[in-house]
Structure formats: structure tokens, C-alpha cells
Design a protein around this ligand. Structure first.
Ligand code: CDP
Length: 788
């Protein structure tokens, strides 16, 4: 089902616009860096060249001598207010500015406040910091060895670098299944550290009114309400109460999870605004963003599968080392230290599974953000889809047939996985069949066999992933104790025009369009009469924000539920106006009419006008409703991707010849937006598969600190994506919709790697870690005596 309003609207992200104060109204192309306020000061940050070092001295005299440099804020400045540390989303502690030592290269050391940007940068260059280097811990395995330097010396009694040990599943049953298995496979899989590269970097403008005590922060955040609460909790003791804090997210140039955390720059800008009483702007540059903001992935995984000889999977066992950098600042719901990694049984029916994850401190930037991903689902999908492929090859079964044999069958839904998730709905075989048909799978296998005879390298890779998106439900999901629901508030004015506000926050996903469509569909009011607003904590209802594809499953549902509350009231008013009983009225989008007498009707506009002018005695005036929607379950979108690669034996280059993506996100609200989400997501899946990685040398120096080395795919590297869909509605979502924002990013990498390994399996290659660079493939080929 596609909602009826779709074709008129198209795919633009900001179909519903508002013309008011351009400083903070969304949908106008106004970004934080466009905001200029009278008397504004600029903040720039001094960063550490060392990954681990004691700060012996910070000499600010030369910086302060520069005309226009007003102050240099250090850890000592913030320590006076107890603001030099702040809590992370995982209840660890993170430095705002250090007083004793730095823990990673590019860490914030001090901040220069100046009358303009250029002077602030000059001030940064003039601050002289004396460091005494300390031993650096880069390798998470070495970090756990006895005798490794203990990094978190701020934690009294901490004697090692382990952050947490977490297990889920039935260990005994899993071990038993492995003992009894006819076939087992085991592989070490590293999913490297990567970084969000949204078009707009992070930044804010903080303004403090000393008379009213009001703090307004325009900032690039995906979760304005949660940020306001965090600010109030962290800075309540210096007088910043929640009702005096207003967070406004103007348009945001992409978030992808990277704009969920609170970075030190935001806090320092706020502190500087409060201390000076002047507006302060902080905008990080591209290299700061890449080097210091929260990373994603960095999971060292050892995975094992057990199966019967006929190819029936029986058990999954995974051990993982999660490198968190110097603090656990992962953006996970509190209850899940490894996020939703335990969705790793994927689309397959396992009887037993057991997963262990150890979090480790190292001298790297913190993070563990959900980079276009529902809290580690990318790591989970990559692991299971690689392992299933390895097992199929090991058993000499076709990877498609092997998958189909082990899929959770459609009649098994709702299905509870061995690791405890209740999948809402799915039809994995239908999606794979469609993808195989579309790409011409059988013919491709024939072609591959012929080419192999001739010594040519061609591979076909499949990824039949299951996603898990839409956090809550609140009984399991919270962030820093704040339950994960989301909200929609609808106000219909007397003339039938609508303002609808949401607790989520679009970063380009097109909520202004799709939310308006939901309301138009539910209320029968034209989309042109509906204004959608998000991102202002003074006006929008409380919500947890937009990340992990949660908006449609939560706030999208809230829009439907709030609309239905409006309709309930409208029915009562219509009955009053038509002098009929409520039970005798029927609804069709836009009006109530008396059953059997369609001419006796009242439009929603007439009814709304009456809600202010002629409503029944005893009823409250007005036409407003709010829903704080707590989903009963997550939604489980899925898909099957098939990738065909040709490998150049001379250079090791992998060429993606075709890539077919079949997605299923239940009922679609706007096909064009969904298509756009999938295209972008596929390119973001291609990126880590073939290009992107952040690594460090033994001293903790970042090796890909700029776009010269961190290889973002451009249009040149991106193949033609061929997309299609199946539709398996969510049984519990009011619209039958599931999230879609990240499916493609999650599903694509394994299809690409599986295709490469499929091309090389006959040479004895079982696995190659991403990114699969030409150099890695070339070395692989040369090691096996393959030359051009
Ligand atoms: O939380 P986020 O908005 O990033 O992810 P989402 O809920 O998956 O939605 C991404 C975009 O696709 C939004 O504009 C949704 O309204 C739209 N969408 C849709 O049109 N139909 C669906 N079944 C799911 C999402």
C-alpha cells in the first residue's frame, strides 16, 4: 500500500515551508553557520597532537596578546564550575577540556574566544601547550593484556582497560549444539572504525540572556529534547534550569548518528556564552570532524556457525572485542551495552545462539555511534551474512538455496529469535526470489562457471538481511533513563489549517513531506494546509529525536494516533451539527456523512470551525490532540541484495557490474523518498565495503585524517543501483509501516564482500576484511600465484 497523497508531493524534503524568522525556521535552507547575531564571538579549539600525554603547562600569553582574542578557556577554567567532565550517553565520563592529560590525538585541549573567526584561529596557533608523552594503547587486544597501561586513571580503583563484559543467549545449549554439529565454520571478522561524513560538520550558536537567564542554543543535533535535558542535568548546578534552555535545530546537513552525542565544542560554547553574556559560535572544520567526533563500528569479531550435513543451521556463537576509544560514549539505549548486536541471528532460524562482547578502552576518540544503523545492527548483519556465505561455500551449496533452506518461514511470525527478539513480520524468501529473478541469478551462475574455466574472476554475492528499527518500546529502551517514545502534536486552527509538531528531527529525510502526507491521509486535509515543525524544544512536544530509522515507527505512528484522536472529536461535533447519532456517521477522508444519506455531510473544515464556534454543550473548545507513542515492538524491515563483481587480476580492482536491492519496509508513505533513502544508503554501504577506514599507527596518529586519505565514494565510484520492493506490513504499526532509513547501509557491505569472496573461493580465499582495497585483493591473488 502506498498512501494516496504520495504522487502530488514528490520527493523533496521540504515540501511544507514556513516563512518566519529565518534565523531558526527549518526548511528554508538555514544552517547553524548561517546564523549571525549582533556582538557574536567565535570559538576555535586547540587540539592535542599526542594520543596520550600529560599536560605540563598551557601558555596562553601569546594568544591573549593578539588583538581581538578575548579569552582562552582551559580545563582549569571549567573545573571552577565543575564542568570539565560530562557524562556520556552510556553513563561513562568524558572530558570537556582536560586538566591533567589528553587521551587521543585531536582531543580538545583549550578554546580560544575571539571577535572573529580568523582571529580565533590565530589565537589557537599561538597557544603553547607543553606535553609529556605517555605510553599509547592502540590495539584493543593488547589493552586487555596484563600489564597494559591503565588508561582511565580518573576512575578510582580501575585496574584494567575493560569497560564491560556482556553476554546474551544460552551458552550451554550453544556449546552443546557445536559439539553435536556435523559441520562448523569459524572466522575472524574485523569491521573497521569509520566516520560519518555529513555535508555539514557540527556546530552551534549559544546565546545567554543575563537578565532573563534564558539560554538559546541553535545546534546541529538530531535529538534536541534529549540534549536540553542533558544540558539541564549537567549544568543545573550553575543555574541552567530546563525551562530556561531552548535548543533549536535549524536545517541540518546530514546527521547519520554523528549528531546525536554532545561534543565538548557545544559545551564550551555554552559556557563561553554564559560567562561573557555574548552570543558565541562554534563550527568545527572538516578535519576536526573527521579526527575527533564520534566514530562508528570498530568491532573485532570471532564468529562460528554450526550446521547439519544437509545444510540446516543449528547454532551461532560470537565473541567480540569492541574498541570504544578512551570513554564509552556509544549512542546505545542504556540497557544494551553492545546496542542491538544480538540481532545477529539475522533472517535465519537458529535453535541456539550465544554472544559475548567486551568493551575496551584505547587511546582513540570515543564514540560507537549508530552510523546510519540501529545501534550495531550493521555489525550484526555483516557478521551473519558473511558467516552464512562461508558455511554455504563450505558445504558446496548454492548460497541462495542455503539461505532459503534456513530462512525463518513467513508462517512463523511473530517469531522469537534464539537471542530474544520478537520479529514482527517477514517474508525473506519472497524478497530473495524477486532479487534473483531481477538479476537473472541462474544465468549469472552459468556465466561464472564459464568464466572460471577461462581463468576470469567473477563473483555473485547475496545479503538477505533483517533490520531492527524503531526504538522504543519504552519498557526496554531508554537513553540516560529517558524512555524511548516519540510524539506528535496537532493543532487545527478554526479555518482548518494545521500545525503539527514532532519530537523527532529530520536531517534531510523529508519528514516535512511524509508527516504531512500521513496527516493528510488520516484527516482528509490537503497537504498544502499542513505545516510540519520539528527541532525547537520550546514548541515541539518532547521526543527522543531522529536516528536509527526510528521516526516512522514512532513519530509516524504518533501522527496517525493523534489524527485519530482528532477524528474522534470531529465525529462528536459532526453528530451535533448533523443532528445525528455518532454511530450513524461514516468517515471518508475529509468528511463525516450520515450512512445512506451522503448529502448530509460535514467536511473536516466545517467541523473544525464548529470546534471554535458551535460545539456541543459540555465539550471543550478547540481541535487539538497529542500522542506520545510508545511502540509495542520494534519493526523489522528486511531485504535481499545481490551484487555481481568482476575482479581485475592485474590491479586487484573490484568492479561492481550490477547491484540489485529488493527492500521491504512494509507500507510505504512516500515511494520517492524511500527510493532516495535506499540509493543514499547503498552508497553508504559501498563506502566501508571498498573504501573507508580509519586506522591509527602505534603512536595513535590517525592515518586517514583528511579526505586525501579517507576515501569517500563519489558518483564516479558508485554503480547504478537497481531497486525493487516487496511489501510485508508491520502488524503492530498503525500504518503498517516499518523504518527504511538505514536498511541499505546495513545490508549492502556483506553483498559486496560475499561477491568478492565468491569470485576467489576456488583459489582458497575464505574471507577478506573490509574495506576491500585493490591492494588487499592484489596481495591475495599474488599469494596464490595468480598473475595477470
Ligand atoms: O528516522 P528516519 O527518518 O531517519 O528513518 P525512517 O523512519 O526510516 O524514515 C526515512 C524517511 O522515509 C522518512 O521521510 C519517512 O517518512 C520515509 N518513509 C516512508 O515514506 N515509508 C516508510 N515505510 C518508511 C519511511
Amino acid at each position: 500500500m502506498t498512501l494516496r497523497t504520495s504522487p502530488e508531493i514528490g520527493g523533496m524534503g521540504h515540501a511544507v515551508k514556513r516563512k518566519e524568522d529565518p534565523r531558526f525556521i527549518r526548511g528554508q535552507g538555514t544552517y547553524v553557520d548561517d546564523i549571525e547575531l549582533p556582538g557574536m564571538l567565535y570559538l576555535d579549539i586547540v587540539r592535542s597532537p599526542y594520543a596520550h600525554a600529560t599536560i605540563k603547562n598551557i601558555d596562553t600569553s601569546k594568544a591573549l596578546a593578539i588583538p581581538g582574542v578575548l579569552d582562552v578557556i582551559t580545563g582549569a577554567t571549567l573545573a571552577q564550575y565543575n564542568l570539565h567532565w560530562m557524562p556520556t550517553l552510556m553513563s561513562d565520563m568524558q572530558m570537556v577540556l582536560p586538566v591533567e592529560k589528553v587521551m587521543y590525538q585531536a582531543q580538545e585541549v583549550a578554546a580560544v574566544l575571539a571577535t572573529d573567526r580568523y582571529t580565533a584561529a590565530d589565537g589557537v596557533a599561538a597557544v603553547e601547550v607543553a606535553y609529556e608523552p605517555l605510553p599509547v594503547v592502540v590495539d584493543p587486544f593488547k589493552a586487555l593484556e596484563p600489564g597494559a597501561p591503565v588508561l582511565r586513571t580518573d576512575k578510582p580503583g580501575k585496574t584494567d582497560n575493560r569497560i564491560f563484559h556482556w553476554e546474551v543467549g544460552d551458552k550451554a545449549a550453544t556449546d552443546r549444539a557445536f559439539r553435536d554439529a556435523a559441520v562448523t565454520v569459524k572466522e575472524d571478522i574485523y569491521i573497521p572504525r569509520i566516520h560519518v561524513c555529513s555535508i555539514e560538520t557540527c556546530g552551534c550558536v549559544a546565546q545567554f540572556d543575563r537578565v532573563s537567564g534564558q539560554l538559546t542554543v541553535w545546534m546541529t543535533t538530531q535529538a534536541p529534547h534529549a540534549i536540553r535535558t542533558v544540558f539541564a542535568l549537567v549544568a543545573g548546578h550553575v543555574g541552567l534550569a530546563e525551562h530556561k534552555i531552548r535548543i533549536i535545530s535549524p536545517d541540518i546537513g546530514g546527521g547519520f548518528g554523528g549528531k546525536v552525542p554532545v561534543y565538548p565544542g557545544y559545551v564550551i560554547a555554552v559556557a563561553a556564552a554564559v560567562l561573557t553574556g555574548k552570543p558565541v559560535k562554534w563550527i568545527e572544520d572538516r578535519m576536526e570532524n573527521l579526527q575527533a567526533d564520534s566514530f562508528a563500528r570498530d568491532y573485532h569479531i570471532t564468529a562460528e556457525l554450526a550446521a547439519q550435513r544437509d545444510g540446516t543451521l543449528t547454532a551461532l556463537r560470537i565473541k567480540t572485542l569492541a574498541d570504544h576509544g578512551y570513554t564509552d560514549a556509544a549512542a546505545n539505549p542504556s540497557k544494551f551495552p553492545a546496542g542491538l548486536f544480538h540481532i545477529c541471528t539475522g533472517s535465519y532460524d537458529f535453535r541456539a545462539a550465544h554472544v559475548e562482547v567486551d568493551g575496551v578502552y584505547t587511546n582513540k576518540p570515543p564514540g560507537g555511534i549508530a552510523y546510519r544503523c540501529s545501534f550495531r545492527v550493521t555489525e550484526a548483519v555483516h557478521t551473519i551474512e558473511r558467516m552464512v556465505d562461508i558455511m554455504a561455500h563450505e558445504l558446496q551449496m548454492d548460497p541462495a538455496e542455503f539461505r532459503k533452506k534456513n530462512f525463518i518461514q513467513p508462517e512463523r511470525f511473530p517469531y522469537t529469535s534464539a537471542l530474544g527478539w520478537e520479529y514482527d513480520s517477514g517474508n525473506y524468501g519472497a524478497a530473495l526470489d524477486l532479487a534473483m529473478h531481477k538479476i537473472g541469478y541462474a544465468e549469472l551462475r552459468r556465466e561464472q562457471a564459464e568464466k572460471r574455466q577461462r581463468g576470469e574472476l567473477m563473483g555473485i554475492g547475496i545479503s538477505s538481511f533483517t533490520e531492527i528499527v524503531g526504538a522504543g518500546p519504552s519498557k526496554h529502551f531508554d537513553i540516560l533513563g529517558i524512555k524511548m517514545f516519540d510524539s506528535c502534536e496537532i493543532r487545527i486552527h478554526p479555518t482548518g489549517k494545521v500545525i503539527a509538531r514532532f519530537g523527532t528531527n529530520s536531517q534531510g529525510q523529508g519528514h516535512e513531506t511524509t508527516y504531512a502526507q500521513i496527516l493528510a491521509e488520516e484527516l482528509g486535509i490537503p497537504v498544502a494546509d499542513i505545516q510540519v515543525e520539528e527541532g525547537d524544544t520550546d514548541t515541539a512536544p518532547y521526543g527522543l529525536g531522529t536516528y536509527a530509522s526510528r521516526s516512522t515507527p514512532t513519530a509516524g505512528a504518533a501522527a496517525a494516533i493523534a489524527s485519530r484522536k482528532i477524528r474522534d472529536k470531529a465525529r462528536k461535533i459532526a453528530a451535533h451539527l448533523l443532528e445525528a447519532s455518532e454511530e450513524d456517521l461514516e468517515w471518508e477522508p475529509g468528511k463525516f456523512f450520515v450512512k445512506g444519506s451522503p448529502e448530509r455531510a460535514k467536511t473536516i473544515q466545517e467541523i473544525t470551525f464548529a470546534a471554535y464556534t458551535n460545539y456541543p454543550q459540555g465539550m471543550e473548545a478547540g481541535m487539538e490532540a497529542v500522542s506520545y507513542y510508545d511502540p509495542p515492538n520494534l519493526t523489522f524491515p528486511f531485504g535481499s541484495y545481490i551484487c555481481v563483481v568482476d575482479i581485475d587480476k592485474g590491479t586487484g580492482e573490484v568492479k561492481i557490474r550490477r547491484f540489485v536491492a529488493v527492500d521491504d519496509c512494509g507500507n510505504i508513505i512516500n515511494p520517492m523518498i524511500v527510493e532516495g533513502q535506499i540509493h543514499g544508503g547503498l552508497t553508504m554501504g559501498l563506502a566501508p565495503a571498498l573504501f573507508e577506514e580509519i586506522s591509527y599507527d602505534a603512536q595513535g596518529n590517525i592515518q586517514q585524517g583528511s579526505f586525501m586519505d579517507y576515501l569517500l565514494p563519489t558518483a564516479m565510484e558508485t554503480p547504478n543501483w537497481e531497486t525493487d520492493k516487496t511489501c510485508t506490513p508491520s502488524p503492530h504499526h498503525p500504518l503498517g509501516a516499518k523504518g527504511i532509513g538505514e536498511s541499505a547501509t546495513v545490508g549492502a557491505p556483506a553483498a559486496i564482500v560475499n561477491a568478492v569472496v565468491d569470485a576467489l573461493w576456488h583459489l582458497g580465499v575464505r574471507h577478506i576484511d573490509i574495506p576491500i582495497t585493490p591492494q588487499k585483493v592484489w596481495q591475495c591473488l599474488r599469494a596464490r600465484g595468480v598473475t595477470d
